[in-house]
Design a protein. Sequence first.
Length: 74
Amino acid sequence: MDERYETEAERKAFDPVVEGLARLFGCNAEEVQSLYDSIMVELKREAIIMDFLPIFALRRVRNLLRLKATPTPA
């Protein structure tokens, strides 16, 4: 098991969420998974309590995708 997940069940639990975000923002699931993974590694490095890290990571991914999808005014 790699360092981002405690168990295989933890990894699989977020697959549908990652796929849903990919559909919602019109990008591929691999891109969303990569963002999620890198954010989880970053959060785990600094966290003391790990219980809510997946929620915080998904929130950050969603916000990054939202910013990326929002056109900037010319």
